[in-house]
Design a protein around this ligand. Sequence first.
Ligand code: LLP
Length: 930
Amino acid sequence: MTASTFAPLAPDAPWVVLKFGGTSVATVESWRTILRLASARRAEGMRVVVVVSALSGVTDALRALCACPAAEREVVLATMVARHRDLAVQMQLADTEQMERWLASLAALMPDGKAVEGRLLASNHSWQAAVQAHGELLSSSLGAAFMTANGVATEWLDVREALTARELPFLNARARMLSAQVQADPNPAFAEALAARGGVFITQGFIARDAAGETVLLGRGGSDTSAAYLGALLRAARVEIWTDVAGMFTADPRRVPGARLLQHLDYEEAQEIATTGAKVLHPRCLSPCRRARVPLWIKDTRHPDLAGTVIGPQPAETVPTVKAISSRRGITLVSMETSGMWQQVGFLADVFALFKQHGLSVDLIGSAETNVTVSLDPAENLLDSDVVAALAADLAKVCRVKVIAPCAAVTLVGRGMRSMLHRLSGVLAEFGRERVHLISQSSNNLNLTFVVDEDMLDGLSPRLHELLIRAGALRTDDAGLFGPSWQELYGTGAVQARQPWWHGKRQRLLALAGINPSPSGRGEGGEGSAEAGGWSRNERSPALREALRARPAAASRGGRGGNPCTPRYVYHLPTIRERARALRAMQSVDRVYYAVKANAHPAILGAIAQAGVGFECVSPGELAAVDAIADARGSPRLFTPNFAPRSDYELALEGPESRVPGAGTLMTLDSLHPLEHWPELFSGREIMLRVDLGRGLGHHDKVRTGGAGSKFGLPLDQLDGFLGSARENDVRIVGLHAHLGSGILDASHWPLVCGQLAGIADRIGSVRCLNLGGGLGVPSHPGEAELDLGALDAALCEVRQVYPHYELWLEPGRWLVADAGVLLARVTQVKQKGTINYLGCDAGMHALLRPALYDAWHDIVNLTRLGAPADTLYQVVGPICESGDVLGADRHLPESGEGDVLLVARAGAYGESMSSHYNLRELAPSAVIE
Ligand code: LLP
């Protein structure tokens, strides 16, 4: 118990208000935390006010005490006394005089209606307030004694000196005493007087006094509000709300464990999130801070070093993003319909008068020509079925009424919601599958709310969270804004996201990009790496060859002023092997074929063949690429072209692999045309049939391959015709195939396809195997969940039990190679236009088409400045003469300069294979590393 020696405070030392809730004051350990935090602030040269709630459970006990018959009060009171005395013993307090005084004053209040502190109480509500106030009076007395005894001289402050309730005419007598509001404007005189008294204070949350000097309560969440009032009054440097969570999250973490901590919010956004569902902060506590421009921090007592959520004024420049999904249950909708409403003057005035009459406040409003629907929020209304029924009866006199309950309101919160609407199509589609009763967009452009049936809520929030991230509407790449996930902070088990392989290979990659400590400059493959083999991808187009012949000097530099090493793809073979092993280990899948179109690098094909994976090819070129790989000689192959010319099929049937025993190429047909027009090619052979299951899925419209709008697969209404033609021509259908699209992260997709194919296969009779296609997605946005391969395997095993007579095949491309590849680029120029920073690099849409074609998201990092704060917002663009040549929009990167190496992540699939000579630029070369 040594007294801390703090340096004297400067005359203008700032104030800080620290608030601790009931669980944070209930044990000695938690008081030690308070002591530590308060001393730390004081040591930083701040004046400290600690605001505390009653010990956990005490307010409820006091409320119960007010409600129970006088005869039973003694028992409750005795428990209360024992609880506080016990804690005082544990705290080893020598001085409990003040606590004892409050215990005595509480006991004196037990026969209600008595005078308190010599003054006569005005009403039963006053009595309840006086009784319940004792929770905080007691806890703060214990705190003052404990802190002082432990070295931090702490003055007990009666908060009623500082906070006076406002006279609000709309409050009834009960609310005036039990849910009062305080007008807290900065009061320099009060601050000065307090500063003269000391440097560390402890005071009560939840209570204030009214103009007559009687104790009033501030209602639920009142202690947060007290801290905010005091912060405003003292114009504190900040108010810190210490609690058991790190702050506000992007969604309710109990439903969405991947929900991310929101590290910054402006007052209005925080207000919106608090009002629409988040429980961590009482919505009322924001406006005092906002008015006085006092920042409010939410901090976790268990993770004091974590930044938590900082709420303050709106920052000058931000990228619009959805910040949170919040939800409220127990919403009642009242739908009012009248054919006469249109242009009927005063209809709304009439119906709203009835709401007022029944004391109900309306929250959301949706209106159509003949219908107005409004929501009643239980947080704002004392909703019981009698009140609603009485309202409905009155409304029925002027319109047709329907009460819809229970509903839930799901709200997307973010500044600039309207400018994000184009990103929300996936989210809207999700709602489209459900019954939405009402949609409302707030006039402050901060929220978009959907009212749905309450029972939908549990499943909906995680799906929406995922969709928002995927759509780039919830910009989880902004590491300054979105902190760790709930799971990472509080989850059990290993949830820490794995670092991508390239983190450990920075030097190697910089060397491959031409930043080479060795003088050789080129060919820095070195140990364990191999430069791209000389297959067709590195050949120049005839036009480029011609052009470069005329300019040999430029050619050797990859274009004038260009870097010979970038743009360049680099592939990490161990990642590919690991992926191949994981697929081969699936219990439910008999064969895996790699979709060569994703990446046909010879070293990749070799590694995949060695892992026992077959190949799915769609062109003679792809077949030839596989033929060229020694390790792929015996690998099974599929040929799955679409609208290919007859000559392609002929070529595939004659290919060298068909001469290798057991390794023949199995042909997949997906229309009637080949059978009807070239039956001789297939006669006497076994084939697969690709069907169209009528729907498509995937990361973008352009990669969804189902339904009449897509050119793939045999429509099922032509199945009988196909079977007839096959019979006629002695063609045996041994397999059924469906591939509905690419970039699917929902593991339930393939079992569904499997069930459907099995149903069709049973009708055909000759089918042995079901090829469920590829499409296995990889997450692209930070924080997006991985496809759960284990769940997929388990679900497919279940389907297999129903259809044990079929082999199951998969033919993924992306999943095997995407994560293994990065694209390296060098910064060419930077340019500012207005407020926009353009960061130019030598990799444009010719090197990586996916962002331009699909709005695909690839993480981009500045490898040269890896780890530097990513505090500059860039549009990362390439050198191609199109406005669509944007590699990444609105990217947070360290301030970057010419020559810096950028790394574009997850570029192993459909990157190099879709690159082109556009603008007569060279193809990006590639390297593989171990
Ligand atoms: N099977 C068939 C019949 C396919 O058409 C495809 C891909 C696959 C398998 C492999 O799909 P994966 O597992 O890779 O999703 N360029 C687009 C992707 C187009 C996919 C075309 N077909 C992209 O960059 O996202």
